[in-house]
Design a binder for this molecule. Sequence first.
Ligand code: SAM
Length: 328
Amino acid sequence: MGRWKQKLTLFLSLWTIASPAALRWCNLHLARLSEQLAREPKVQWPSAHLKPGPVTPERVREIAAQVYDPNSPLGRELDQIFSKKMENPDSLDDYFRSYEVFYWSPLYREIADRMHEALPASGRFLDLGSGTGGLGGILAQEAPGRLITFMDKPLAVDTARSRMTKLFPGAPDRFEYIPFYAGPKTRLFGNYDGALINHVLYTMPPKRKEGALAGLRDHIPAGGIVAINEPVKEAVAEGDRHREWMTRILETAVANGAPHSEYDVATILAFASGRATKSLRSGQDLELPLQTRAEQEALFERNGFEIVRSEPTYDGFSRFWVLRRKPN
Ligand SMILES: C[S@@+](CC[C@H](N)C(=O)[O-])C[C@H]1O[C@@H](n2cnc3c(N)ncnc32)[C@H](O)[C@@H]1O
């Protein structure tokens, strides 16, 4: 066989193996998001260790190892850069911008697919702690009857608004935006048919978690569904589990075409590991108010929800619950 024929055969057989996944992941949603990101300012600073431009899965692993190492040269550079950045509240922009790399990970998409299956195909749903709208956007894309309300810090919700306006042109009525950080006594705005919460409760102190669940109970009718995915304390506390989970998300996102750079990867790792915000805690280690599976299930039950389904996600790092609002 001639060389070009060999190449064509190899290409076609790879395409046949890869095409269902390729078609699924190179979807319009991510392609449009990539176009938007290309026109926006990049997270960057003069670095001795990081390069602009595309990042490889191998580099993700190297960067992760260094960010989680207290004495690595890149780690020390990040300590310096972020202690300066933290003097300006707009630096949270960097967090939200870099966080979007998650959207390219097939593992994140798996969570979105579980939520899609669990929630009804029509109705009004609150995405509590929505970030820049990655999950709510996928759920809206999967079922045209869903209206999504995004609730998070103003910086995040503003970005969600700009993303949805471009991703769903001509459908502004399908989305609402609440630039608000829920506190322990917050009562939610408006009523919902259900809600979704992904990796949000673990950052909330206990009283705030109670407030969030009580708020959902009061604004969702009996029978309404809440889909929740949260890390579980017993898994996160195991050795290097946190670093391994982050590395896996990032390397799979990058392998799936995320248009992010080494700076984005280092930035989201610096925030996730607590390194970026160290100066705000006078150098203390980050202690997240994580709860065990049993503690989270007790939180749901005492706030008026029954557990319909519960299963491990992210290789046991997190857990996915489908809750149903009990009758009063
Ligand atoms: C790890 S991100 C997850 C974002 C989004 N749920 C997703 O899956 O892509 C956690 C988000 O929760 C938000 N958050 C944490 N506590 C919150 C609160 N009390 N009220 C609103 N948002 C909150 C943070 O601002 C952040 O955007």
